[in-house]
Design a protein around this ligand. Structure first.
Ligand code: KG4
Ligand code: ZN
Length: 380
């Protein structure tokens, strides 16, 4: 068991730091296919942010291959931690006050690489640990990156990634009410599948970003008309993306396969898909806002985070949507910078900070939660 009272005298210095509310966290993240390490202070300084991507390793498998991801995390985690300390110019034995890691949700074997690294480092250095909820970390990122005008609770948050499509009402650092989720596929996974069906080259970009880049190219001549995509769960607070990629799949096979599509048709199809996928988010965001009004919940901010939130087309469309919703006093939209929308350890360090400052540490025996609903974080 891990008792704070067992700390030797050197730890008293750390306790003193906590009392003065200055804390430096080394965090690791390895829930999916990025190996990440970062160092962040309680005064909002990002001292380092290392992300080692694995896109190229998974390209041939049509998705993340768990065993290959685990092996890559095992190879890369020591490199990421060493680089994070080097870039921050910190001495791990003197300058780090606590170690954070992603406790879940995510791929079990991948999570365990980060968790074991964090716990072992902490045990060797006699430091406290905090295990963080990955989606809570995405949601809280703008409290770090939008300083000095962070979103104010209660805010709506759209978390759009490879693993999730969530629309939440955040009422505190730890209280999230799920307003909409998806029973089938996430928006990120759908971008990935459509990108693969279109046989786009993605190498170090990743499939979703490659699709965005493909759609953004300039095209002078007319594009063919693509029939409208389905509009699932119309009028309901819920997402469904499975029908989007089935539609694209059916369209391609009805035309005799991807090799039979010329560039203009491919582009029209990609743009029609991207517009429909974002329109699905817009509709649910408006419904959630209207629900808040009926509940007398005054929401002034919307936070959009997760890998798909780095999409610039989506950013523009959501901005227009919120202006249309309330032209006089538009709700403000907060996006972390794109490199902090995709997975990173800065967000893990930041989401752990309030717990370190409150000395609310986890035991070294804390278990992983590969499945973990964000509404379970609420204290009651
Ligand atoms: O948050 P994230 O990095 O990892 C998860 O927690 O899943 O999100 C990864 C997802 C992938 O599906 C990726 O293709 C998608 O985000 N993504 C994008 C863009 N950048 C990343 N999707 C659309 N447009 C982008 N620019
Ligand atoms: Zn993520």
């Amino acid at each position: 068991m891990f008792f704070f009272s067992r700390y030797p005298t050197t730890r008293i210095l750390h306790l003193h730091c906590v009392a003065r509310r200055h804390f430096t966290v080394l965090a690791v993240e390895s829930s999916a296919d990025d190996t990440c390490a970062a160092i962040v202070t309680s005064s909002r300084q990002i001292l380092s942010n290392v992300v080692i991507k694995q896109h190229d390793l998974h390209e041939g498998f049509g998705g993340i291959h768990p065993m290959i991801a685990i092996e890559a995390h095992q190879r890369n985690m020591p490199i990421a931690v060493k680089r994070a300390l080097g870039e921050a110019k910190l001495d791990v034995s003197k300058d780090i006050d606590g170690i954070a890691f992603t406790r879940g949700p995510g791929i079990g074997g991948c999570l365990s690489v980060g968790s074991n690294a964090a716990k072992t480092l902490a045990a060797a250095l006699n430091l406290p640990i905090v295990g963080v909820h990955h989606m809570q970390a995405h949601a809280l990122t703008p409290l770090l990156t939008s300083w000095p005008n962070p979103p104010k609770f209660p805010f709506l948050t759209l978390l759009i990634s490879g693993g999730h499509t969530l629309l939440l009402l955040a009422t505190s650092l730890t209280s999230f009410r799920i307003l909409a989720t998806t029973p089938d596929e996430s928006i990120g996974r759908t971008f990935d599948k459509v990108s693969r069906m279109l046989e786009l080259k993605w190498s170090n970009l990743g499939p979703g970003a490659a699709l965005e880049q493909f759609c953004a190219q300039t095209w002078e001549s007319d594009l063919p008309k693509i029939p409208a995509l389905p509009w699932p769960m119309r009028g309901k607070l819920g997402f469904s993306y499975a029908s989007f990629h089935s539609y694209v799949e059916r369209y391609i096979s009805s035309r005799g396969g991807i090799q039979e599509l010329d560039m203009a048709t491919k582009l029209a199809l990609a743009r029609t898909f991207q517009t429909a996928a974002v329109a699905h988010l817009e509709e649910k965001l408006v419904l959630a806002y209207e629900w808040c009004v009926t509940q007398n919940i005054e929401v002034c901010d919307v936070v959009v985070s997760g890998g798909v939130a780095s999409n610039q087309f989506l950013r523009g469309r959501l901005q227009e949507c919120l202006i249309k919703l309330n032209p006089v006093n538009p709700i403000s939209l907060c996006f972390p910078p794109p490199h902090l929308c995709t997975d990173n350890a800065v967000m893990i360090a930041w989401a752990s900070m309030h717990r370190f400052l409150a000395r609310d540490y986890d035991d070294y025996t804390v278990n992983l939660r590969s499945k973990w609903n964000i509404d379970e974080l609420s204290p009651n």
